[in-house]
Design a binder for this molecule. Structure first.
Ligand SMILES: *[C@@H]1O[C@H](CO)[C@@H](O)[C@H](O)[C@H]1NC(C)=O
Length: 362
């Protein structure tokens, strides 16, 4: 950028026409100076933040006593290498405790008694302890009551957690993305895959009532009709509807039964789990049928039968695929790296004084 400051010097003898011209030029000068100033600021701020970034220290995440199965794919730079999340180091060595910004405790390990909280260790200033769980509230073990005042962060599928790690989500489809075909060869009306069956489960009740109205094909350990992992999706894809019944009913607990078994197979999910609004908050529009939307299971059965016989209305439950695509997020590394991603927005101070109450909230 060049500035001709000479133009701004007032001439000694001027006609009123040239006076106007000079005035105009001076205004231009001022405008250009303002632009130069803005440009300098604009230039310096990214430069400053660039150097900030390159000097920004890494956030160190320590996974406390994760078992080998959980830790298999963990490596120090995985968040950058796999998810493009910068400035994040993931460690598993206890010796780095004093350096860790976040220490992550996996509730499954705590609940099974395989891991104890290192309460005897002093906490370095600013270090946060994170409680991580992907289990539903009722499967979080009996120890929760002892964890008051211990944790600073929750890492959970719950939408009110500090770090939200849902089982899946959906994003807009980009123009180049392939659109999944809607499987048209449907041979079964309703399918269900179940391994744990107890009469007392609400889902068992619904299944019993439903199968009295319409045929329900059952797979899985309970019915002694096991599906090999590779057969799961192709089998479900031949069903008009899939019973995505959660094994436990808890706030925001919506699992791969919806995100993978249903959406990826191309069967319309019939869901039983948290209330319908919680599904609406996370699932693509008009993509599922909620059991609670019907006054009775019998009505639900009749509705499913009707839909299967009406290609147009059935197809409406697949319309979302034109605009959205579903992303199941099932891997543990992704979940850990979300902690780094959220790190800058953590509140400066937070303590879960009653973790049990938080977990059991409905
Ligand atoms: C984390 O929790 C501990 C224990 O309650 C507390 O002493 C500490 O101040 C908390 N730290 C932050 C950063 O919130």
């Amino acid at each position: 950028m060049f500035l001709n400051t000479k133009d701004c010097n007032h001439p000694r003898e001027v006609t009123s026409a040239s006076m106007k011209k000079y005035l105009f030029r001076c205004i231009l000068c001022v405008l250009m100076l303002i632009r130069l100033y803005v440009w300098l600021i604009g230039y310096s701020s990214p430069a400053v933040s660039l150097s900030d970034n390159s000097e920004q220290r890494n956030v160190t995440i320590l996974l406390w006593h994760w078992n080998a199965e959980h830790a298999r794919a963990v490596s120090q730079n995985m968040c950058w290498e796999r998810f493009n999340i910068p400035h994040c180091k993931v460690m598993m060595q206890d010796a780095l405790y004093m350096k860790a910004d976040v220490v992550v405790f996996n509730n499954l390990e705590l609940a099974r008694g395989r891991l104890k909280l290192p309460m005897e260790l002093p906490r370095p200033p600013g270090q946060r302890w994170a409680w991580m769980s992907v289990q539903s509230a009722n499967n979080n073990g009996k120890l929760l009551g002892e964890y008051g005042g211990v944790f600073n962060l929750t890492v959970s599928y719950r939408r009110d957690a500090d770090v939200i790690i849902p089982y899946g989500g959906f994003i807009p489809r980009e123009s180049g993305d392939p659109v999944d075909d809607i499987p048209i060869k449907k041979t079964d009306l309703v399918c269900w895959v179940v391994s744990h069956y107890k009469d007392s489960f609400r889902r068992s009740q619904v299944y019993k009532e439903l199968s009295a109205v319409i045929p329900v094909k059952v797979y899985g350990r309970w019915s002694n009709n096991l599906l090999a992992p590779n057969d799961l999706l192709p089998t479900i894809s031949r069903c008009y509807f899939y019973l995505a019944f959660e094994n436990s009913i808890a706030k925001d607990y919506i699992t791969e039964k919806l995100w993978i078994n249903s959406y990826q197979s191309g069967a319309v999910p019939v869901v039983l789990g948290p209330p319908v609004e919680q599904y609406e908050a996370v699932a693509p529009p008009h993509s599922f049928i909620h059991v609670d939307e019907f006054a009775s299971v019998k009505e639900l059965g009749e509705y499913l039968q009707e839909l299967a016989g009406d290609a147009k209305r059935y197809g409406e439950y697949m319309q979302w695929k034109r605009d959205w695509k579903v992303q199941p997020s099932i891997n543990k590394e992704w979940r850990v790296c979300q902690i780094c991603l959220r790190y800058p927005s953590f509140p400066p101070h937070k303590v879960y004084t009653d973790l049990e109450a938080w977990v059991k909230a409905t």
